[in-house]
Design a binder for this molecule. Structure first.
Ligand code: AMP
Ligand code: ZN
Length: 670
């Protein structure tokens, strides 16, 4: 093939690829490649067009999308983090939530709270920044810290003024939901070709907002309702006050907001909204219950990505009946075997479902479920759909379901742990399914976050024996010439993958611990361990010291025995040694802040009167302290409340400083 022909072919290929990925990203809201990979395609197209202007296609992406193809949206960093919400599903969960708050705040009466209740709108979170009353940017939530800059796309939305009126603060982040009315969604869909129709109003809103061509966004009747606040130069006492101010600035809050003074009132309002759901012209999936007082919100703080001071009470899940075509067994990273029902596809609340979890084998037997029965499927939010009950048995096929006797993948023996219903494969280091599971976990979003490396690629490269253990990922270059010839790969995608792998090498210590996939060491425990041990070497050398591990606040017995187990195995030690050669682990700097408790080890004893122990620990941690459960030579302070016991004697003997509640509060600036 002559050179020009080759270039022409490639330009044709690029035009198709760019078109396809644009469509996936902006219309379907389902990107298949990373932003970086997309940018690379655009860049390659641009370079070729510059070099061979005579070959520019009529349908060049540059001509279609304007003078210069825009890559995906620019990133925007939120001034203060955007959060998610934890969920409640029934009255009991609401009651538990309120009791939890009272306990944290050390209140004996939980009827003192004022709640703001409002529908949970099923749309997209938006963060509007106003400086001196002028709208300066609008960003999606993204990962909470960094989102996408969609400022140009939202300029036509009714309830988003470009300028605030009245007495507004100098700086404010106003948060709310962008969505489409059900009726507008229907109208948009009727105009779209069958294959581009949106599955539900939420997808349609996302697709309408994230349009490269802003005129498309502007032509869609997107709506905005505020429901939160980020950074602000002015303080408010109550959510109520904030919403009243919003109205004066010309941003109208939801008129279904209701103030409730007791759990009963919350539950009553929840039922009322649930029943009138079909009369509300936008999709809602629950009721959000928030503490009205900002002062209490501040004290309650956050747990991971969720505020402690709010909860989303979800409406009951959507259900539908369908037939089980077959039951497969999946073996996960920790050897757990999950039965999965393959279903005759069914639409539940706008989403096509063709697989559902059957939880475990005891459940299948108890419910008397088998292939070709009609069953009920439930789908609640983002949770994996599951089979709830048998609807109609197929008596013609009168065979009882039998759980597997051996691992369906590696044929090893199975076992059950004490008090657990889950069957597990015993071949931890040899079972290919467990190995693949660990590889997928290692490259996943919460671990190394290697773009463009998903389940499909891992399985393909594992089956061809190019990767076996996690550390092999860093030696993939050895197989370059083979891989680029594989189905779904090419020069470009391979070099993109290598770039992503290289970019992932710098990793924070807590993420590194998480990525190892030690059982019971999820994000929270990984963070506790990283804070405690500071460096990998200290972690490894402490990992067999039961007394040290037991003394770490928040680390439970299952996690402790799992850590001991993990590090007692040479295979794992080898893996860590190999990973160390490739990765650059970033350790948190010792905070040299002037906080009195920075990097100090605290032990609590006795009953505090002003604060609950949980709040006291939360405060101390936020000032850089480490909390231990027992006194040792490492302890810097014992915080002693009323009725303190033997810890006082032990601390005195070791010469450890003892602070009473008053002194503690003073040092913590309360
Ligand atoms: P989730 O993404 O399921 O954790 O739910 C949290 C999201 O619910 C928030 O990021 C908001 O975008 C959204 N949301 C919808 N309505 C409300 C509301 N009234 N108050 C707070 N958040 C809401
Ligand atoms: Zn196995």
């Amino acid at each position: 093939m002559d050179k020009e022909k080759k270039v022409k072919n490639r330009l044709e290929e690029l035009a198709n690829l760019i078109k396809k990925h644009n469509y996936n990203y902006h219309t379907l809201d389902k990107p298949e490649i990373s932003d970086k990979e997309f940018d690379k395609l655009v860049k390659e197209n641009e370079n070729l067009e510059k070099k061979y202007p005579n070959l520019i296609l009529n349908h060049s992406p540059n001509k279609i999308y304007g003078s210069k193809v825009k890559s995906n949206f620019k990133k925007i960093t939120h001034v203060s983090q955007m959060y998610s919400l934890s969920n409640a599903f029934d009255n009991k969960d609401v009651e538990d939530f309120v009791k939890r708050l009272a306990k944290f705040l050390n209140l004996s009466d939980y009827n003192e709270f004022e709640f703001i209740c409002e529908p949970k709108i099923d749309g997209l979170s938006l963060n509007l920044v106003y400086k001196k009353g002028k709208l300066v940017s609008a960003g999606t939530r993204g990962n909470g810290l960094v989102g996408e800059n969609v400022t140009q796309n939202i300029l036509n939305i009714e309830n988003i003024p470009r300028k605030l009126i009245g007495e507004f603060p100098d700086f404010i982040e106003i948060r709310g939901e962008v969505f489409l009315n059900k009726s507008d969604f229907e109208k948009i869909n009727t105009k779209l070709e069958k294959k581009s129709k949106f599955a539900n109003p939420r997808n349609a809103a996302a697709g309408s907002l994230r349009q490269l061509d802003v005129s498309v966004s502007h032509s869609r009747p997107l709506k905005f309702i505020p429901h939160g606040i980020g950074e602000c130069s002015k303080n408010f006492n109550l959510i109520e006050d904030y919403y009243n101010e919003l109205k004066k600035w010309n941003i109208i809050p939801n008129h279904l907001i209701k103030k409730c003074n007791s759990i009963d009132e919350v539950v009553k309002y929840y039922n009322q909204i649930d029943q009138s759901r079909s009369n509300i012209d936008y999709d809602i999936d629950g009721l959000v219950v928030k503490i009205n007082s900002f002062k209490l919100q501040k004290r309650l703080g956050y747990v991971g990505k969720n505020p402690r001071w709010a909860i989303a009470v979800k409406f009951s899940a959507e259900k539908a009946n369908t037939k089980i075509k077959s039951i497969d067994f999946q073996v996960g990273r920790t050897g757990a075997i999950t039965p999965v029902a393959r279903l005759e596809p069914i639409n539940i609340g706008g989403v096509i479902i063709s697989n559902a979890s059957l939880h475990n084998f005891d459940e299948i037997i108890k419910k008397n479920i088998n292939v070709s029965d009609i069953v009920e499927i439930e789908r609640a939010g983002d949770v994996i759909p599951y089979v709830t009950r048998l609807i109609k048995k197929n008596y013609k096929l009168n065979v009882k379901f039998k759980p597997p006797i051996y691992c369906p993948i590696c044929k090893s023996d199975l076992f059950k742990e004490q008090n657990e219903a889950i069957l597990r494969c015993s071949n931890t280091y040899g079972c290919s399914s467990q190995k693949i599971g660990r590889l997928i976990h290692f490259v996943g979003k919460k671990s190394l976050n290697i773009d463009g490396f998903g389940e499909k690629q891992i399985k393909q490269l594992y089956n061809l024996k190019y990767i076996n253990k996690v550390e092999d990922i860093f030696n993939l270059n050895k197989f370059r010439s083979e891989i680029i010839k594989l189905d779904g790969w090419g020069e470009l995608s391979f070099s993109n993958l290598i770039d992503s792998i290289n970019n992932s090498k710098k990793i924070s210590f807590d993420k590194f611990i998480f990525s190892l996939g030690i059982r019971f060491i999820g994000e929270v425990n990984a963070e506790i361990l990283a804070n405690e041990f500071k460096t990998l070497d200290v972690f490894i050398s402490s990992s067999n010291k039961v007394n040290v591990l037991e003394n770490i606040d928040g680390l439970g017995p299952k996690a402790i025995s799992s850590i001991i187990d993990y590090f007692s195995n040479d295979i794992n030690i080898d893996t860590i040694k190999n990973l160390k050669k490739h990765l650059s682990i970033v350790y948190a700097k010792n905070t040299t802040s002037d906080n009195f408790f920075s990097n100090k080890h605290l032990v609590f004893t006795g009953t505090l009167t002003e604060l609950s122990r949980e709040e006291a620990k939360y405060l101390a941690k936020s000032k850089g302290a480490k909390i231990l459960s027992a006194i040792s030579k490492k302890t810097d302070f014992l915080i002693a409340g009323e009725k303190a016991g033997s810890k006082i004697d032990k601390a005195s003997k070791l010469g450890i400083k003892i602070l009473d509640e008053k002194e503690f509060l003073k040092k913590i600036n309360l």
